[in-house]
Ligand binder design. Sequence first.
Ligand code: NCD
Length: 348
Amino acid sequence: MSGWTHRHVLDLASFSVADYATVLQLAQRFRQLPVAGARKLPALQGRLMTTLFFEPSTRTRSSFELAARRLSADVQTFSPSSSSLSKGESLLDTARTYVAMGSNVLVVRHRCAGIPHRLARDLERGGDKVAVLNAGDGLHSHPSQGLLDLFTLARHFEPTQPSPASLAGRRVVIVGDVLHSRVARSNLWALTGCGAEVVLCGPATLLPEEFAQFVAAPPPGQRQDPVPQRGPVRLCRDLDEALSGADAVMTLRLQQERMHDHLLTSLDSYHRRYGLTHERLQRCGDRVPVLHPGPVNRGVELAGDLLDDSERCLVEEQVRNGVPIRMALLYLLSAGAGAGEAMGLTAA
Ligand code: NCD
C-alpha cells in the first residue's frame, strides 16, 4: 500500500496526512461494498486475528470481529476471566501463545495506558512478526475510534470523497469529560492532523488547561510530528459560546469509573451546563451533526430525543463506519504487499 509504513497501530500521534488519506480512502471503498447477500472479500483468507480485551466493550470488539470476518480472516476471542491469566501467566506469555497458534494481528484493550505499546515492543524484540492494534489503553489512546470519528465527519462533509481535506478549516467542538477520554485524545491528533480547529469545552475538573497544548509536541518517545502544520486547539468553558460557529459537535461519556475524586456536583447540573439538547444546538444551525463514541448516558451528555434523532445525531452512523475503518486497518496491517493492487484497493 503506497506510503503505509506502520507495523502496528498504537496511537494517532504518529499518523501523517497521507496515512489518514489512505485509511479514509480504503474505508470508503469497503463501506461502498454491498453487505446484504454479498460474498466475503477474500483479502485476509488464511490470516488470524485475536482480540485480547481486558476491559469491557460492546462496540469495539464486535466491530473488529465483524471487520475481520468480512475480509475472510479467522477470528479468535480471548476472555481474561476464563484464561490462564488467573493462574499467573503473564500478558506477554499469553500473547505469545496466540502468536504460536498463528495469529497475525492482536487487537488489545487494557485499562493501563501503554500496554499495547509494550506488548508490540516485546513481541518485536522476540522476533515475532505479529501486528498489534490498540483498541483502547487507559486514558491514552483509541486510534480506531479516532479514525471512525474522522471518517464519519469527512463523509458528512463530503459523502462521496471523504478525505483529510474534508476536515480542513472546519471547527469541531469536543465537549465533556476530556480528562478521562482516550477517544478525545485520539480525536485531537486526528482532527488537528487534518487541519480542523478543535474547541474543547468542559468544566475545569474534567478539562484541565494543559489540554490546549496537547498536540503542541509529539508524545515522549516520538522524535517528530509527521504533520507539518496542525489545526489550532482552544479551550472554552461555556458551551453556548463554544457552539457558535461550530461545524460539528462531539460529546463524550462521563467516565465515572475512572473518576477517583468527586469531580462532579450532580449529573443534573452537569446536563444543564454541558448536556446537548435540540434547543441548545440552535446556536450553531440545523445541519451541525452531533457525535458520541458510545456508550451514552442518556439524558446526561445528550438529551434522549436528540440521541434518537438520526438526522442530527450520528451515533449509529459512527457504529456503522467502525466496521469499514477496522477492515481498512486490518487490511493495511495484514495483507501482503501487492494485494491492494490486485483488489483495486490501492490508495492513490
Ligand atoms: C469508548 C472507550 O471505551 O474508550 N467507547 C468506545 O470504544 N466506543 C468511550 C467510553 O468508554 O466512553
